[in-house]
Design a protein around this ligand. Structure first.
Ligand code: PEP
Ligand code: MG
Length: 741
């Protein structure tokens, strides 16, 4: 680092060591060293307001008076977006707002940087000059470092301001979010991530700091390996996820940048925080959800590295009260495992999304998980009571006693119900009159295989092979795929497993994968279409499946088949591989998913070619009704329990029966009690679903008087009128007969 910035950092360090409030001195120093006419600090105030708290160059009367909303003006925009803005002509920027009391109309150029600490925006620091110019990379870097120091001061000041929030801290607050894993939890909250702020920001001896960093990296990597081994006994490990995580840990790119930051005068801790912050800002701008979701992994690693740098050895993690609800802004997979080991009962992740590694793990571990709930981390205090109702997409902080009692009662009832379900585990799955219905699992990660034994499911009706790849972020090579599939067959121990070939594309994208710019990716170049156009990829997977079978029975199905010709082409690739692999499977069944409506008009021909069909209602419904399956605005508008869909199933059932082809349903519909009841009523006796649904559906079936229901269903379907849904009459019968729907 050149001399001027180094001198600035050294002076700032001296300033911060003094007891007096350093902000006015800081702005003076920064303005002088950066040769800027203005340096100002804005601090975040309650109500999402930014207040000018110190300035060199603007009118001093404005201090304590000038306030901007987050999102208002350039400074507000920087706080809202979390990115710096570097403008040669700030006044002509569309976001510029002029506050006369500041006298800033004479300054053309502006560089504004967010002041952040532990992922929270505490304010903004800005420098301005009269002459129009863009600030160079070095000036930006220096101001970012200054922002880290300012964050320390603002955090200290903020702590004393906190007293004003005393009254608000007892009020009940509802935070809406979105369900990432189902379930309910009630307990005290624990806040994640407050420990990651370095105490020492600057260091004199870069060589010693770099040595500390190297030692800490080694320590961190050892710790990760130990965590993985301790938490996840062999065979059960979601290796797909943790391998991806381990790779990020070993990636030298970001560590090299930390070393550079240390050379510039930062301590190892501040270097880690700085680089993690930069990467976070960059990743935030990605539109690719996969890359955005990896942000949490990186932060997880940065926190781990900071803990490893803590030469006091760090404190052993304290146990948390049983069932505590973890609140995190972001969370990485290793962090989730740490917290899980400490006994949490649920998780709220403000920036959580369905594909995030920690979320995939939370789902697999059965932890209720909510995403969103914006603002909860800024409101909650450690130990506050909360109700996490992921099923209703909300978390309630500091609930009143009566509401708490309602939820505690609901949890008790649910636990009693679960205990009742558990007794059903080893009972055969039959309706009250003795009709057998096979219930199977939808699975995507090896971690979920343990659910076979826990639920007593009769096999795996859908193994989504792409999930592991999405979790890893790459298409893994043949031998590694074979190892995963072989573990699945080992765990199934002779029970049937329907492996679905890769269903990538659409919204399931791997980073760097070949992509087309399509208007409708769900209907685009995805799934089997990619497999047929890139047969090397598909053949590699088919070979891996055959090798994994190693002489055992093997069932393979293809997703998104739209024509019989496509099915034939895919099956031909499988057969070509089967002719080369030894030992041959003792039985090879080949089937298709039914997700594309066009197949419904090719059934006689299709049924002559396939051994089985599995209906994917999620995609079938979306294509049948031209309704995006992920659009909340369309949820509930079209119904599986509608005359056209029931006609499709009745017809399919009859034709499959006649052709002696096994028919199952593996879409979402199979896991909903009323839909499952109706599918069974129409004659479908194989349903595949997430593990959580198996025992509740078994319990429903055990109480189902199938002949009586069939008669009612036939009558309801015959009733004239153009009802868009038959849900109501079906539900009325179910309620009358004691089913809770
Ligand atoms: C379906 O479409 O119903 C299905 C089971 O496949 P996925 O949800 O993986 O698209
Ligand atoms: Mg599908």
């Amino acid at each position: 680092m050149p001399t001027a910035p180094r001198r600035l950092l050294a002076k700032l360090r001296d300033l911060m060591a003094r007891d007096t409030a350093p902000l006015p001195d800081m702005v003076r120093l920064v303005a002088a060293e950066l040769v800027s006419e203005v340096c100002s600090i804005y601090a975040m105030r309650p109500g999402d307001l930014l207040e000018l708290v110190a300035t060199e160059g603007l009118h001093h009367e404005a201090v304590g008076h000038t306030r901007l909303r987050v999102g208002e003006g350039i400074v507000g925009l920087v706080a809202a977006q979390g990115n710096e803005m570097n403008l040669a002509d700030a006044q002509n920027h569309p976001a510029f707002v002029y506050r006369a009391e500041t006298g800033e109309d004479v300054y053309a150029s502006l560089l504004a940087v967010p002041v952040r600490r532990a992922g929270r925006t505490l304010g903004v620091v800005a420098v301005q000059n009269r002459t129009p110019r863009r600030y160079d990379a070095e000036e930006v870097e220096v101001l970012e470092t200054v922002a880290m120091l300012i964050a320390e001061s603002l955090a200290t000041l903020g702590a004393s301001d906190g007293a004003a929030e005393g009254a608000a801290a007892t009020m009940t607050r509802h935070f809406p979010g979105s369900r990432l894993a189902p379930g309910l939890a009630v307990g005290p909250v624990v806040l994640h991530g407050n420990s990651a702020v370095p105490r020492r920001l600057l260091a004199d001896d870069p060589v010693a700091e770099q040595a500390r960093l190297a030692r800490a990296v080694e320590h961190m990597q050892r710790g990760i390996d130990e965590l993985i081994e301790a938490q996840l006994p062999a065979g059960d490990a979601p290796r797909e996820i943790l391998e991806a995580y381990r790779l990020v840990a070993a990636d030298t790119g970001w560590l090299k940048r930390v070393n550079e930051a240390i050379r510039g005068g930062l301590s190892a801790e501040a270097g880690v925080q700085r680089v993690a912050g930069e990467l976070r800002d960059r990743m935030r701008r990605f539109t690719d959800p996969y890359l955005r979701e990896r942000m949490a992994d990186l932060e997880d690693l940065a926190n781990r590295l900071l803990a490893s740098l803590d030469e006091s050895g760090g404190k052993a993690p304290e146990p948390v009260p049983a069932g505590a609800i973890l609140l995190a802004r972001r969370l990485g997979p290793a962090e989730l495992l740490d917290w899980h080991a400490r006994g949490i009962g649920g998780v709220v992740i403000e920036e959580g999304s369905p594909g995030a590694h920690a979320v995939i793990l939370a789902r697999a571990l059965g932890l209720p998980t909510l995403g969103g709930a914006r603002g909860i981390l800024d409101t909650a205090e450690d130990g506050n009571c909360a109700i996490l109702d992921a099923d209703e997409d909300q978390v309630i902080l500091r609930p009143k006693r009566d509401l708490l009692q309602v939820y505690e009662h609901a949890i008790e009832t649910r636990n009693a119900r679960q205990a009742g379900y558990a007794m059903l585990r080893d009972k055969p799955s039959v309706t009250r009159d003795g009709t057998k219905v096979s219930l199977m699992l939808n699975v995507g990660l090896t971690l979920e295989l343990a659910q076979l034994a826990k639920t007593g499911a009769e096999g795996i009706g859908l193994f989504r092979t792409e999930i592991a790849m999405l979790a890893r972020g790459v298409i893994v090579d043949g031998p590694e795929q074979a190892a995963v599939y072989s573990r699945v067959l080992d765990a199934a121990d002779g029970l049937p497993v329907l492996f679905r070939t890769l269903d990538l594309g659409g919204d399931k994208l791997l980073p760097g994968s070949e992509q087309l710019d399509e208007d409708n990716p769900a209907m685009g170049w995805r799934s089997l279409r990619i497999g047929l156009d890139r047969p090397v990829l598909l053949r590699r997977q088919l070979r891996a499946l055959l090798l994994a079978a190693g002489g055992r029975p093997l069932s393979v199905m293809f997703p998104m088949v739209a024509t019989v010709a496509e099915f034939r082409a895919a099956k031909a690739l499988l057969m070509a591989e089967a002719a080369r692999v030894r030992p041959v499977p003792s039985m090879l069944s080949v089937g298709t998913m039914l997700e594309v409506p066009a197949l419904l008009w090719q059934l006689p021909e299709l049924l002559r070619e396939v051994d089985f069909i599995s209906v994917g209602t999620n995609d079938l419904m979306q294509f049948l009704f031209a309704a995006d399956r992920g659009s909340p605005a369309l949820a509930g508008r079209y119904d599986v329990l509608s005359p056209p869909v029931l006609d499709i199933f009745a017809n399919l059932c009859r034709l499959a029966d006649e052709a002696n082809v096994t028919l199952s349903v593996c879409g979402e519909a199979a896991s909903q009690p009323l839909e499952a009841m109706t599918l069974v009523g129409l004659g479908i006796t194989k349903l595949s679903m997430p593990a959580t649904a198996v025992l509740p559906i078994k319990a429903m079936l055990a109480d189902l008087d199938l002949p009586a229901f069939r008669a009612v269903l036939a009558a309801v379907r015959r009733t004239p009128g153009n009802a868009a849904s038959l849900r109501e009459p079906i539900a009325a019968w179910a309620r009358e007969h004691g089913h809770s729907v």
